[in-house]
Structure formats: C-alpha cells, structure tokens
Design a protein around this ligand. Structure first.
Ligand SMILES: NC(=O)c1ccc[n+]([C@@H]2O[C@H](COP(=O)([O-])OP(=O)(O)OC[C@H]3O[C@@H](n4cnc5c(N)ncnc54)[C@H](O)[C@@H]3O)[C@@H](O)[C@H]2O)c1
Length: 327
C-alpha cells in the first residue's frame, strides 16, 4: 500500500484526493496547504492528517510518495524537497515554468533514485488513449491529419487568482494548451516543423494556433482560456486516417469507416465531486492508478516520463516564443 501525502488542497488536489479514495493500492494519509482552513477541510473530507507545509508533513509522517498539486511556480521547489526526502513524486502539469527548472527536477529525482511522473492526464484520457491505439496499430491506415482543440473561460477558481499572473502560471497556453502539445508528442513524436500564432493579454499568452508537420501528416492545435465567462469548456479532436476517421467533437468519440456504420465506443465514467471544468475522473483516475501500480511494483514509468514532460514543456515554450514574436 503506497502511503501518499498531498500538497495543495485546491481544485486539482480535490480531484486527486477523490481518485485516491477509489484506488486499492494507495492511501492518502496526509494533506498540506498553507491556508489552514483548506488543509483542515481536506483532512476532514479525506480522513487524512492535515499540515500547513510540505516540511511539516515530512517531519511528522512516514510517506512513500508525494502528490504535488501546488501552483506551477512551486513545482520545482516542492519536487526537489520531496526527492531529497526520498519520496516518489506525482506532480501536476506543467512540469515547471522553464526548461532549466525541469532539468533541476530531473537531476534531483535521478540523484535520489525516486520516480517522478508529471500529470499529463490526456495520455490516459480514454478517448485519447483509444486514438493512440488506433494510430499505432494502423487499423484505419496511416494518420493523415489531426486537429486538437481545447478552450474555455478563464479558470476563475484558483487560489489568490494565481492563474492570472503569467509569472506564476505562464498564461493559458502553458497551463491548458500544453495538454495537446504533450498529446501530439505522444501520438507522433517530435514534429519536423512548428509554427504558432496567437494572442496575448494581461494574463499572458491566452490563445494559440499551432501547425506542426510530420512526415506525411499535418497537425493543427488550438487552445486557450481567453473566452468570456460561462463559455463551456471544450476539448475535441478530429483525426483523419487513410481508411477512416476518429472524431470527438459535438458528440461522443465516433469512429467512421467507409461502408460501415459509425461506431461509438463506450467508456466507463467516474463522477468527480470537485466542480470546475472537468466532468469526470477518467484520465485522472487512470494516470494515478498507473503511477501507484508502477511504483508499488518497483517498475519504471513509461507512458509519461520526466523527459517526455520536459519535451512537452520545451515545445510549448517554443510555441509561446513564436506567438509572442508575431503578436
Ligand atoms: N491536469 C489538469 O487537467 C489540471 C487542471 C487544473 C490545474 N492543473 C494544475 O494543477 C496545479 C494546481 O492548480 P489548481 O487549479 O488546483 O490550483 P488551486 O489554486 O485551486 O490550488 C492550489 C492550492 O495550493 C495551495 N498553496 C499555494 N501555495 C502554497 C504553499 N506555498 N504551500 C502550501 N500550499 C500552497 C493553495 O492554497 C491552494 O489550495 C497547477 O499546476 C495547474 O496547472 C492541472
């Protein structure tokens, strides 16, 4: 049984805590937040001991792993602290704000001999995981083109509105669009070319349009959070293969093949209790289960590694560099 301590009792902290209550291989034994009321409420809600800092939690608890759900600018410091304390680490995306910070995190976990997984949950989101399977096994032929879309209103719920500060969050492109940048790397690897345009506002790079080219395939990615309040959150894709298409857009994921009836695959849904813009625990459940199972078994992480997460950060920062230079 993996004894987990979680730091950051906010939106994602609640999502992850809900998942731990569903996992057999892990127990959430401690939570920490610098806001006493939040730590206390999580402690009650999830029957865990509550602390006001990671340091206090480490001093009092025997933990195997730490789950970092802190604002992005704190990921590096918390990861290094946890690695030096000998804990395995699950840390939310984006890995960090700068590639140099990601490198420092990788160095710390390598030196400590602990595992680090960044929460690139889209690799585990059932519809996207199926798209990866279809692309890899070639059942619809080669992938010719793909659109990936992710947008919504600005996430107004972050503590002290940290997401509105580019120095802490990196703007909507780094915070939200990185999901699709990470997924396209998972699906197709490093692109031959990247071209980004987009918009910048007082919260940083808010909306991006990127074209990436691969041998025989073109990808278009769009993402942003600079839409008016009440705009529904949307994530969608349209993948066109030689002999069919996989489309998740206005309706559920549907697979189209010439001469056949469209197929709508079924996926089990798990309801979240945390609110926000995500209506089910699916990808979060699968990513944390993977982390817990692999760490418990002493096996390496393969679907998401520190290096793949570093690459996704590096590419997203390149998209931001280009869009800023052209805005
Ligand atoms: N994977 C996803 O789909 C997804 C979705 C949303 C957010 N995120 C990521 O999760 C991370 C957290 O985002 P969030 O939306 O939960 O933010 P949040 O503001 O809701 O929660 C952050 C929590 O950290 C606490 N905190 C801040 N500074 C602290 C400190 N020094 N010590 C202890 N506690 C401190 C805050 O009080 C708050 O409770 C971010 O990196 C964000 O990008 C990922």
């Amino acid at each position: 049984m993996l004894r987990v301590g979680l730091v950051g009792c906010g939106f994602m902290g609640r999502m992850h805590s809900n998942v731990y209550s569903l996992l057999d291989g892990a127990q959430l034994v401690a939570v920490a937040d610098h806001k006493p009321a939040r730590a206390e409420k999580f402690g009650i809600d999830f029957s865990a001991n509550a602390y006001l800092s990671l340091e206090a939690m480490f001093a009092a608890e025997e933990l195997d792993a730490v789950d970092i759900c802190l604002p992005t600018h704190l990921h590096k410091e918390a990861t290094i602290l946890a690695a030096q304390a000998g804990k395995h680490i699950f840390c939310e995306k984006p890995m960090a704000l700068a590639v140099a910070d990601a490198d420092a995190m990788i160095e710390a976990v390598d030196q400590a001999g602990v595992q680090l997984m960044i929460g690139h949950c889209i690799r585990f989101w059932p519809e996207y995981a199926l798209l990866k399977e279809i692309t890899d096994d070639g059942r619809l032929g080669k992938l010719l083109s793909i659109n990936l879309l992710r947008y919504g209103e600005f996430p107004h719920w972050s503590s002290d509105n940290w997401l509105a500060d580019e120095k802490l969050a990196g703007g909507g492109v780094l915070d939200m669009h990185i999901h699709d940048t990470d997924f396209i790397h998972y699906l197709l690897g490093d692109p031959d070319s990247i071209n980004s345009w987009g918009t910048v506002d007082e919260r940083g790079p808010g909306h991006v349009f990127t074209t990436m080219t691969y041998p025989g395939c073109v990808a278009h990615l769009e993402g942003g959070w600079n839409l008016p309040s009440h705009t529904p959150f949307k994530m969608a894709f349209r993948a066109i293969f030689e002999r069919g298409a996989a489309i998740m857009d206005a309706g559920p994921l549907t697979i189209y093949e010439p001469g056949k009836e469209p197929v709508v695959p079924e996926f089990a849904k798990m309801e979240a209790q945390g609110g926000g813009n995500i209506s089910d625990l699916g990808g979060y459940y699968h990513e944390l289960r993977y982390f817990v199972d692999r760490v418990n078994a002493g096996q390496p992480l393969e679907i998401v590694t520190p290096l793949t997460s570093r690459t996704s950060l590096e590419t997203t920062l390149e998209e931001i560099r280009q869009l800023k230079s052209r805005a």
